[in-house]
Structures are given as C-alpha cells and as structure tokens.
Ligand binder design. Structure first.
Ligand SMILES: [Zn+2]
Length: 192
C-alpha cells in the first residue's frame, strides 16, 4: 500500500539533521486515500484494543496528534476505537513552539494517547509530550502507523509504544560515511 501510493520511495535522501538514507517514507501520501487511511487506522486501533489497560479506558481516552497532518489517523483511530475525542497541536512555523488552540486542549487528569502517522526521530512526539504534560493530562501511550526509528530516536521512558509496522531504513550519519554519496548517486533533500 505504501509503495502503491508513492509513500515509500527508494533513492538517496538527506534529512534536515544531516542523516542520509536509502529510503524515504511520507505516510501522508497513503492517507490521501480514504479507504487506505481507514485500513491503517483500523489496524492500529486493533493493536491498541488488544492491550487490556488501553481497552479498559477507551471510553474516557482522548487522542492527541502533534499537528494537523496527524488528524486523519487521529480521527481514524478515535472512530475505530470509539474513544472519547481528538485534540491536535499546531505551530505557526516549523521553528515556533507547539501549542493548542484556545479552549481546545487536554484537561488536568484527562487520559490521552499520542498518535501520529510515523515515529522516526521522535522530535515532534517529544515536544507534544511536554506540551500535554504541561496541561496536567495523563499520557497513557503512543501509537503510530509506522515505526522507523533513526539512530538517535527519542526515548519515551516507560510509555508503551504501539505501531502497525516497523520499517528499518539504512541511515548514514553524514555524506562522508554514506555509501550512496560514495557511488555518486544524486541526493534529494527532504523537509522532515
Ligand atoms: Zn548520501
């Protein structure tokens, strides 16, 4: 599905943090298609429902995603789980702090699950975690469609991580150590 929709690309890519890789995944490309979005969300919700602790709190569980790009999977998981509601964070620019809209934010003691389409460096979910915790809400876990950890992926302490699939890419820490650079393969810069 990821290949068919162009979400999974082979090639030679450079991330903003300087890492080079042979594979790039832009899960949003698969979420353009409603039926695929639904399949991925239902699949992920089944992983969540299989967890007895999550299952016991579904009715009061809120879903929070780190940006509006996460809304398709957040609503998909919320619907499939029959969870309580959805929140999303926003940023004015890539470098400005994440925030919730006025009056639309998790409340103190509210149980929330952080959801995104992919976990790669964990940077966005780490920032979202701090923001949600600053509101006093209780994070019960993280759920992503694809887990593609890079070598410096953030740690989330004891929080359970749910994912549909893990996809490992080859990472090179810079162009000097990159086999593709050595072979002279043209590099494509990716934004995120
Ligand atoms: Zn390279």
């Amino acid at each position: 599905m990821l290949r068919e929709t162009g979400a999974l690309r082979d090639g030679h890519f450079e991330y903003p943090n300087g890492l080079h890789t042979d594979e790039y995944l832009q899960v949003a490309l698969a979420f353009r298609y409603y039926q695929y979005a639904k399949m991925l969300s239902v699949g992920l919700s089944r992983r969540l429902r299989a967890d007895s602790e999550i299952r016991a709190m579904i009715k009061e569980l809120s879903i929070v995603c780190p940006n509006t790009g996460g809304l398709p999977i957040a609503y998909g998981v919320c619907e499939a789980l029959r969870a309580h509601q959805v929140y999303w964070a926003e940023q004015d620019t890539d470098s400005s702090p994440m925030r919730f809209r006025q009056f639309i934010e998790p409340q103190k003691g509210e149980k929330v699950l952080l959801v995104d389409d992919i976990l790669r460096s964990g940077r966005r979910l780490t920032e979202l975690r701090s923001l949600v915790e600053s509101k006093g809400a209780q994070i019960v876990g993280l759920a992503v469609a694809v887990y593609q950890p890079n070598p410096t992926v953030a740690k989330f302490g004891g929080l359970p991580l749910f994912f549909l699939t893990q996809m490992d890419a080859s990472y090179y820490k810079d162009s000097a150590s990159c086999e593709l650079c050595h072979k002279g393969v043209p590099v494509e810069k990716v934004w995120a």
